[in-house]
Design a protein around this ligand. Structure first.
Ligand code: HSE
Length: 343
């Protein structure tokens, strides 16, 4: 299958994806019959370019990594808005990796809707449109015969809800419990090693884990958005992030972390959801876990989800939940999934 890709957003995740596309070009062709071209890139800071014959991906990376405008490249069109790029580029796949906005999902929501309306497949790692408009976008994709994939919104490239489509198909999921935010888990882990809350947050930002607005991480909004996505996919609901009670980690001190450890407990920001007699109970809050709990030993930027299933009992998936390469991989894995399904 030939993918002509319009990439909206060319920050950490977008670039991580393009690096993998280049690195795995031969493998994609040989094993999955996938060929690709990037026919458009639009980024708020780096400019917008369209080239129907394909953009030089290595050169685009080089310019972006040195903070120079993509409009320096020799292309057919430049300077269009992101929506114009979606409409005017000859692309059959939109990769939407702009920033997450949990108020109204914009600008990602409009990007995704525009592309699906045009019958283009969409892959996004942007939690806003999925957490707020999952049902609507899923139905729109179905109506237009397009794929709408968003694996990277939860646990980046580490398998999460996509397990339900494949390896866990046919299992009934009774409950989920997880560490879904890498930034807060990183901060809590570093605090245990003596770093202050502020220093640890700065380090998480430097490493590219935190959201553009890190209060989304530390106040639990990011985890709530991911929990809403998980619940909607797994339990087929239309739950909104605002409906989930939440508490973040901003009030946790070094003393709290040390005191818990001295009592054989570790503080973790836990997202959990369970269906009890048909009613969903969901919440995000810091919990003192006993050190024997599998989630207590998930450290740093690692994420984990524990699924309680009817056929297999408990299954815990552990893996990176953020980062350039790990989230870039989520997009690549969705792309392969689309190609396999289109065969
Ligand atoms: N800020 C998010 C996190 C990025 O720290 O988990 C991945 O969604």
């Amino acid at each position: 299958m030939q993918f002509d890709i319009a990439l909206i957003g060319f920050g950490t995740v977008g670039r991580g994806f393009v690096e993998l596309l280049i690195e795995k070009k031969a493998l994609l062709k040989e094993y999955y019959g996938i060929e690709w071209r990037i026919t458009a890139i639009s980024d708020l800071k780096l400019g917008s370019i369209i080239n129907s014959k394909g953009i030089d991906a290595k050169e685009a990376l080089r310019l972006a990594d040195t903070g120079r405008s993509l409009e320096n490249l020799s292309v057919e069109k430049r300077g269009l808005s992101s929506l114009e790029v979606i409409r005017e580029s000859s692309s059959n796949l939109l990769v939407e990796v702009t920033w997450t906005n949990l108020e109204n999902g914009e600008p990602g929501y409009s990007h995704v809707k525009e592309a699906l309306n045009l019958g283009k497949d969409v892959i996004t790692t942007n939690k806003g449109p999925v957490a707020l408009y999952y049902r609507e976008l899923k139905e729109l994709a179905k109506k237009r015969g397009a794929f709408f994939k968003f694996k990277g919104t939860v646990m980046s490239g580490t398998p999460s809800f996509n397990l339900i489509e494949g390896p866990l198909a046919g299992c009934y999921i009774e409950s989920i419990r997880g560490i879904l935010n890498g930034t807060t888990n990183f901060i809590l882990s570093e605090m245990e090693r003596g770093m202050s809350y502020e220093e640890a947050l700065r380090e998480a930002q430097r490493l590219g884990y935190a959201e553009a607005d890190p209060t989304m991480d530390v106040e639990g909004l990011d985890a709530v958005a991911k929990l809403a996505i998980l619940c909607n996919v797994i339990f087929d609901l239309d739950l909104k992030p605002k409906e989930i009670p939440r508490r973040g980690i901003s009030s946790i001190t070094l003393e709290d972390v040390k005191e818990s450890l001295s009592k054989g407990k570790r503080i973790k920001l836990i997202a959990r959801a369970e269906k009890i007699e048909g009613k969903l109970i969901a919440e995000v809050k810091p919990i003192k876990l006993s050190l024997t709990d599998p989630l207590a030993n998930i450290m740093g930027v690692m994420n984990a989800i524990n699924f309680k299933t009817d056929c297999l009992g408990e299954i815990t998936v552990i893996g990176p939940g953020a980062g350039r390469r790990a989230t870039g991989y989520a997009i690549l894995s969705d792309m392969i999934n689309i190609a396999m399904n289109r065969r």
